[in-house]
Design a binder for this molecule. Structure first.
Ligand code: UD1
Length: 422
């Protein structure tokens, strides 16, 4: 397995291009199952999770061709469709569950394995099941697979999610787009990736209003047609790279970044002593004078602080002046990076959903292990702030969600190398 070697760094300077959002693209790709005409996605990120979704869609009978070095995905689904999403592929990635809604809508039945993905909590499927059942599907769990059937097709309905789940909102949006009649989803997730999916579905002929708010209204249509859609910028990749100059000093512009996608995160950076500015071309970040200040962080659904930036923010706060408390409200087991950061000299106490970070002057390089996608990049960021060398192993997690991470960080002067497994 590859590892990444990082050496403590001085100030960074230059530009980092931000890719299309992994989480948006993973919801957009299954939308191809809704139509027999081609769906083309531009600004796609080049990641192993995207390849996993490509493999899953191919197993269902869709075609996904990566063009322009993977930046454009030409998809279509005009032939026979296999309704079974197999465990062997689904276990690699939780977002595989996003084929459930589209398969049900197009075929009236689907058999989808329960997903795997990052080991950051139990991550059940009950909210998806309730949402699709509201549209008239009968869903049963048998031998690790969800067997879903909508005899006579899906029917529009009013449904309130018990929690604003991103994936369940996406499944509902796609299914309701082809259901008979009007659907209203209450307590819907408001993440920018939902807005991006709704935009794409509208381009395919769907009638959707209210995306980006907690009540979405969908008027079902008989069929959807082809479209070309640009994937929104990745706000999590953006936030991650914004932390590099915050940690090392210097000034970096994240090209294509949009502050409006991560306002709550930017507010915390400002409070910590990092200056953030929207430019015509992206987001410019530099560290204000002096040491980073401690700040408290609570992760919440959008527009709150994103759980997917909690680990990276912790890496920054490890060397802040004072004590920060991070509260994780989305996933119950998302502090696995804390013990690894402690191997580097961080002073962190974890109690249930809270982590208390007592800032230390300096971190020290150490061998550490990536436990999930965002944890792995937090260790790289911490390595940039540490004295000496940090070796991050198990970086396959990283490749699921960050394209060319070493190249992007090297481009602004970071000392980072990938060591290929022999
Ligand atoms: C998506 C993102 C992920 C991000 C998360 C929260 C993708 C591909 N992934 O994941 O990076 O961390 O949103 O912003 O877009 N839950 C249930 N039952 C369900 C569904 C969810 O209890 O049926 C719980 C989960 O265990 C978790 C919480 O709800 O504790 C949030 O999950 P959800 O919003 O559904 O996240 P994902 O869509 O899986």
């Amino acid at each position: 397995m590859d590892s990444i070697v990082v050496r403590g760094n001085g100030p960074l300077s230059g530009q980092i291009p931000i890719a299309g959002a992994k989480n948006a693209c993973l919801a957009l790709m299954p939308a191809t199952l809704l139509s027999d005409e081609p769906l083309t996605l531009t600004n796609a990120p080049r990641l192993s999770d995207i390849r996993t979704m490509t493999e899953l869609l191919a197993s269902l009978g869709a075609e996904v061709t990566a063009l322009q070095d993977g930046k454009v995905l030409a998809t279509s689904c005009h032939g026979e469709i296999n309704p079974v999403a197999d465990y062997d592929i689904v276990r690699k990635m939780r977002a595989s569950n996003l084929v459930l809604g589209p398969l049900l809508a197009r075929l009236g039945h689907a058999v989808v394995s329960l997903p795997g993905g990052c080991a950051i909590g139990a991550r059940p499927m009950d909210i998806h099941v309730d949402a699709l059942s509201a549209l008239g599907a009968e869903i049963e769990l048998k031998d690790g697979y969800l067997h879903a059937e909508a005899k006579g097709g899906l029917k529009g309905a009013v449904h309130e999610l018990r929690f604003a789940s991103v994936g369940a909102t996406e499944n509902f949006l796609m299914a309701a787009s082809l259901a008979k009649g009007t659907s209203v989803l209450k307590n819907a997730a408001r993440e920018p990736e939902i807005v991006d999916l709704a935009k794409c579905l509208r381009a395919m002929g769907a009638q959707i209003e209210g995306d980006g708010t907690s009540e979405i209204v969908i008027e079902g249509v008989d069929r959807l047609h082809g479209a070309t859609h640009p994937v929104v910028a990745d706000r999590i990749e953006l936030g991650t790279y914004m932390l590099a100059p915050a940690i090392c000093g210097g000034e970096v512009e994240c090209l294509g970044g949009r502050i409006d996608l991560i306002e709550s995160f930017c507010e915390k950076l400002d409070a910590a002593g990092v200056s953030v500015e929207q430019t015509h071309t992206g987001v410019k970040v530099s560290r204000k004078n002096g040491r980073i200040r401690a700040v408290d962080v609570v992760t919440e659904p959008f527009p709150g602080f994103p759980t997917d930036l909690q680990a990276q923010m912790m890496a920054l706060l490890c060397t802040a002046e004072g004590t920060s408390v991070l509260e994780e409200k989305i996933f119950e087991n998302r502090f696995m990076h804390a013990p690894e950061l402690m191997r580097m000299g961080a002073n962190i106490e974890v109690h249930g959903g809270h982590a208390t970070v007592h800032g230390v002057e300096k971190l020290k390089g150490a061998p550490v292990m990536a436990t999930d996608l965002r944890a792995s990049v937090s260790l790289i960021l911490a390595g940039l702030a540490a004295e000496g060398e940090t070796v991050v192993s198990r970086v396959y997690h990283l490749d699921r969600g960050y394209e060319r991470v070493e190249e992007k960080l090297k481009g602004v002067g970071a000392h980072i190398e990938r060591v290929k497994a022999s």
